[in-house]
Design a binder for this molecule. Structure first.
Ligand SMILES: Nc1ncnc2c1ncn2[C@@H]1O[C@H](COP(=O)(O)OP(=O)(O)O)[C@@H](O)[C@H]1O
Ligand SMILES: [Mg+2]
Length: 512
């Protein structure tokens, strides 16, 4: 590392959006050969800062130096010219095109001034992919390759354009554990070959594992810049959220009561005629959190949709206390006392182009006090929105802000606020902490526990074993559309659960 001459220097960058200061006088130095992590909660201002460096936004104040020279990066082409490449959170690839076509898109080499010279392009891509360990098949269509592969294409795209400063915006959020390990070694390889990397993440494990330095930002301001070797996860978490974070969840033992939800022998075939629910039965009792553990794709989504009225089953029954809920519609189910924190918060949780206040009454707008004689009562709606935003610490510039412009963590808090405020008998939480940072995760998990402590039945569906083990009072394992085992968190371990999740019924009793 060359301490004297940073390759990137951001000097007191300030960026305002209507109502908020997304970046407040942020300074940051990236050195050659360094992996510099940018850590912060959802909404802290990380993407904004990097979008400024990549020329997508203009700062309101501050300046940028690249390799010692002041620059004005007024568009992404300028950034690319300066050797900056960005791998975005959401990939920007053209699905029907091949890997090669995507990599060279917009800068196709010309032969005789007319035709694209694919041979030269392919050779160059091959060389880059060998050099950095970025294995891809250049002829595959994007639509046919895994998310991990698509990310490699994005990386190759930046390298093909000559980037030596790479920005990764939350690159591991979409990857499996194995793909994460591979990405980490690719990043190492990149810096070993002289590249410099800014890595946006809120995952402390990754920062400790891969970064050389870390800059923590909170609510748009730099909290600290530290050498990774001189810090630890606790310190980082505390600086990120501004208070002490306990990784261990505090909860008293459950005192379960009667069965609130009774699911019996649910069967469901999907549109291709494949059985996705195969006689699934389970109970959730008052005052307990039932964890449903399992590998993605074993019927979890279909189960949640069946329970919340979004999908009809072929046979079996769903009962909430004495009320038959089988194949009833979502509004009916909701009115009987079922709240649902959906797996896909953009599809089922929020209407992104609605304001926060509209989203917070999404399921109750037709009822008093929000609706009187067919007219919406704006005053009551605003009162409700303000109450929930305050109580659940949803960070939004105003209640009129569109849901779309809020960070994922704040969108999730808004959904939870709305669902809990309905005072349900049963709360179904599907992957409720996916993509959230530690502060938000702690908040969400505590909300589930507090619902349980108020005597509610809570069902937690999660792919994260840690989460199931820490939060649930009782665990069932779902495999190929049925429950294959039941265990108590204090009497099991990851290995036993892992075995059940892979279809072996070793350990645990079968739930009838
Ligand atoms: N284009 C935009 N218009 C208005 N507000 C925005 C825009 N982009 C980001 N914000 C706001 O700026 C803040 C920082 O957002 P962002 O940089 O995306 O955070 P992070 O990447 O750390 O999660 C958030 O409050 C977000 O709602
Ligand atoms: Mg971001």
């Amino acid at each position: 590392m060359d301490a004297a001459n940073p390759v990137v220097e951001l000097k007191q960058i300030t960026k305002r959006f209507s109502g908020i200061v997304a970046n407040d006088s942020i300074s940051l130095k990236l050195h050659k050969g360094e992996i510099h992590a940018l850590l912060g909660e959802n909404g802290a201002g990380k993407s904004t800062l990097m979008n400024i460096l990549f020329g997508l936004y203009q700062p309101d104040e501050g300046s940028i130096e690249i390799k010692g020279k002041p620059v004005n990066i007024d568009n992404p082409n300028k950034a690319i010219e300066l050797g900056i490449g960005m791998v975005h959170q959401h990939f920007k690839l053209v699905q029907p095109f091949t890997v090669t076509e995507n990599i060279i898109l917009g800068m196709e080499p010309k032969q005789l001034g007319f035709h694209v010279d694919y041979k030269t392009a392919t050779a160059k891509i091959k060389k880059l992919s060998d050099q950095y360990g970025l294995k891809v098949n250049p002829d595959s269509k994007i639509s046919e390759i895994s998310v991990g592969m698509q990310q490699r294409v994005e990386i190759l795209k930046t390298l093909y354009r000559g980037a030596d400063i790479l920005i990764f915006d939350e690159p591991t959020a979409v990857l499996t554990p194995q793909e994460i390990t591979e990405l980490m070694s690719i990043m190492r390889r990149l810096v070993d070959e002289g590249k410099s990397i800014i890595l946006i993440t809120h995952k402390l494990k990754e920062i400790m594992h891969i970064s050389d330095a870390v800059t923590i930002i909170r609510r748009g301001k730099v909290v600290d810049t530290l050498k990774t070797s001189e810090t630890n996860p606790n310190t980082l978490a505390e600086k990120m959220v501004g208070r002490n974070v306990s990784f261990k969840i505090d909860k008293k033992p459950a005192t379960p009561g009667e069965a609130i939800l009774q699911v019996r022998d649910l069967k469901l075939k999907n549109k291709d005629g494949i059985s996705v629910l195969n006689g699934l039965s389970l109970d959730v009792r008052a005052g307990e959190i039932l964890g449903v553990a399992g590998v993605d794709g074993n019927g979890q989504s279909e189960l949640i949709e069946a329970l919340s009225g979004l999908r009809k089953v072929d046979s079996g029954s769903v009962k909430l206390k004495d009320m038959e809920l089988t194949n009833r519609n979502p509004r009916f189910v909701s009115e009987q006392g079922v709240s649902h924190i959906p797996e896909d918060r953009h599809k089922h949780g929020l209407v992104l182009d609605f304001t926060m206040s509209e989203n917070l009454i999404l399921e109750t707008y037709y009822k008093a006090p929000f609706n009187k004689g067919g007219f919406l009562n704006q005053l009551e709606i605003e009162k409700q929105a303000k109450k929930l935003i305050e109580a659940f610490d949803v960070r939004t510039p105003s209640i009129e802000t569109k849901a779309r412009s809020l960070s994922g963590g704040n969108q999730q808090k808004a959904i939870i606020a709305r669902e809990i405020d309905k005072n349900p008998e049963l709360l179904i939480a599907a992957q409720p902490t996916r993509g959230l940072d530690v502060g938000a995760i702690e908040f969400v998990q505590q909300q589930l526990i507090s619902q349980r402590d108020q005597g509610k039945a809570v069902m937690l569906i999660s792919f994260e074993l840690d989460e199931i083990m820490n939060v649930a009072d009782r665990i069932v394992v779902i495999y190929e559309g049925r429950i294959v085992g039941e265990v108590l968190p204090e009497q099991t371990n990851d290995q036993e659960l892992g075995l059940m999740m892979s279809g072996s019924t070793a350990g645990g009793k079968r739930h009838e």
